[in-house]
Design a protein around this ligand. Structure first.
Ligand SMILES: Cc1cc2nc3c(=O)[nH]c(=O)nc-3n(C[C@H](O)[C@H](O)[C@H](O)COP(=O)(O)OP(=O)(O)OC[C@H]3O[C@@H](n4cnc5c(N)ncnc54)[C@H](O)[C@@H]3O)c2cc1C
Length: 302
């Protein structure tokens, strides 16, 4: 069987892309390996009408709604290879399944590269955070830290000070330039130059950051801007143009979600630098509608 559309990634972007196609009674397959990026967090915040719901509960609800449409199939597996065929595209999965479709939507998201500091990875999504709009409110007015990972971390420190008294940890790196120092000073951000030895606290909670000179800086949460990479090479295998974004590489799309390869659309974290479940869902809806229109009218202009 050749599906009208095959969607790789079944989370916020992928399930949203599938919905308009399902509602147009198109044959859709959602292929998903079950590892959404926010699975480390207990609750997802800010999603319309679903603030505070657990990420996997949200995803299951999205999937359940879609499963009500008889033209939608789900495959729980990982896409490992993609290529063009005469009729569209072919995907091979890790378990050896071969799936074919006229159109593809890439919605497989990104993964985070965390700084290599003892005690950091196990607190990711709990008390080690990247996005204040997602999890900042839970630590409002408590002592906060920002780890310097790039020169751009200064901007994160300036922003985070909106949520509470903030320490900017240089972790042994150079002081920011005079202009940045003045801005940090104006916003009351404390600068801690010493290297970090470890993050301390019971389980996921954070008591503070232990510095290499033995001092403990008490903190409730530490913010880190991660580097991201796409979770799969599928887009590049197909020849999609990729460009550098603020946090890592991104697939280039037009406003309809069409990539540089005709018939291949993309949505969610892998097309944008600002990462958020609502943006991913909106991207998915756009791509789903665009796929449908391209099925009806033929290729859309870039
Ligand atoms: C710790 C943390 C907490 C967050 N909290 C929030 C929050 O509170 N609110 C908010 O709005 N945003 C939050 N975000 C951001 C949010 O997680 C992302 O913006 C959102 O998940 C992006 O959706 P997506 O569908 O593009 O990708 P994802 O949700 O990451 O989904 C990608 C899906 O594709 C699947 N996949 C990957 N590779 C393959 C493959 N080769 N074959 C098949 N399937 C594949 C994965 O298993 C996954 O199910 C958080 C992010 C992190 C890291």
């Amino acid at each position: 069987m050749i599906y009208d559309a095959l969607i790789v990634g079944g989370s916020f972007a992928g399930l949203s892309a599938a919905m308009p196609l399902a509602r147009a009674a198109k044959k859709v397959c959602v292929l998903d390996s079950g590892q959404p990026r926010n699975r480390f967090a207990e609750a997802s915040h800010g999603f319309f009408a679903q603030d505070g719901v657990a990420p996997l509960t949200l995803k299951a609800a999205g999937r359940e709604k879609l499963a009500a449409y008889p033209t939608v199939d789900f495959v729980n597996d990982e896409a490992v290879m993609a290529r063009h065929t005469r009729d569209g595209f072919l995907i091979e999965t890790l378990r050896g399944e071969v799936l074919q479709a006229r159109k593809l939507v890439l919605a497989y998201g990104v993964r985070d590269h965390l700084p290599d500091l003892p005690g950091l990875a196990e607190r990711w999504g709990g008390t080690v955070l990247h996005c204040p709009y997602c999890h900042g409110y839970e630590f409002l007015n408590q002592p906060l830290g920002v780890l310097r990972v790039t020169p751009m971390s200064v901007h994160q420190a300036l922003l985070i000070s909106e949520w509470g008294p903030t320490t900017f940890f240089l972790n042994g790196e150079d002081l920011p330039d005079a202009d940045a120092l003045e801005q940090l000073n104006t916003r009351g951000v404390r600068i801690e130059p010493a290297p970090i030895a470890t993050l301390e606290g019971e389980a996921e909670t954070l008591d503070g950051v232990r510095l290499s000179d033995g001092r403990l800086v008490p903190l409730a949460a530490l913010y880190v801007a991660t580097r991201t990479e796409m979770t799969s090479p599928l887009g590049t295998q197909l020849g999609c143009v990729v460009q550098d974004g603020m946090h890592g590489p991104l697939i280039v799309v037009d406003p309809l979600g069409q990539t540089s390869v005709p018939g291949v659309f993309a949505a969610g974290d892998l097309i944008r630098s600002m990462h958020n479940a609502s943006f991913a869902a909106a991207d998915g809806m756009m791509a789903g509608v665009a796929v449908h229109r391209s099925l009806v009218f033929g290729p859309l202009g870039m």
